[in-house]
Write a protein that binds this ligand. Sequence first.
Ligand SMILES: Cc1cc2nc3c(=O)[nH]c(=O)nc-3n(C[C@H](O)[C@H](O)[C@H](O)COP(=O)(O)O)c2cc1C
Length: 222
Amino acid sequence: MKIIGIVGSPHRKFGNTYKIVERMLKETEKMDAETEIIMLSNLEIKYCAGCATCLREGECPQKDGLKEVQDKMLGADDVVLGSPVYVGHVTAQMKTFIDRCVSFAHRPCMQGKYAASVSVYAGVGSVDDVAEYMNGVLRTWGAYTVGKVTGFAVGPGELEETVLENAAEIGRDLIKAIKERREYPIPEGSVKIREQLKNLIIVNEDFFRADYEYWKDKGWID
Ligand SMILES: Cc1cc2nc3c(=O)[nH]c(=O)nc-3n(C[C@H](O)[C@H](O)[C@H](O)COP(=O)(O)O)c2cc1C
């Protein structure tokens, strides 16, 4: 079993997000998982250029650190996304990464994998919404979301132990989900997004050529 954590905090290993993801993954190691935490701030991942080449031809023309992370996600059984709340949303690092993975949303290649999200904030806005946003993205990519962990901390290292305990619990559940081949009901919002994507791809068959062929191969469109 392979579990990948992807952290979007510029605080990297000193940050609260990292500490929560680390605790979650350490717990999975106790259950024989192999783990890796990728720090987006250590990579060069350029902005999405909006060219839609990945949706038409299958691959992004920009050559940078993205493909390595995507390959690692595709080789993993579970993926965890983590970001602190920055002005009401995920960090720019995490959003840039999510934008560049738009082909994962159009061609949901993470089916059969499990996922969870982590977010930390300093008490302003909704940390739950930010973690739920990342879980929504993971579902759009096709993964089943097992849960989310949220925490409060102003400076690095100020997390309460209960948050880390919650992370450990989700870590155990990520492993159990793989072993049980667990299936989750897909929330209404995610079903709606899938339907909207389907319409978009059918109506724009040539513009989204790679997507159209993927959906056709899967038998999702006639
Ligand atoms: C640019 C910036 C924007 C932030 N915006 C928010 C915010 O909207 N709401 C909030 O509660 N905390 C906000 N914070 C605080 C961080 O979410 C908080 O310090 C968190 O613990 C940092 O986690 P990290 O150590 O993993 O980076 C912001 C911090 C920075 C630097």
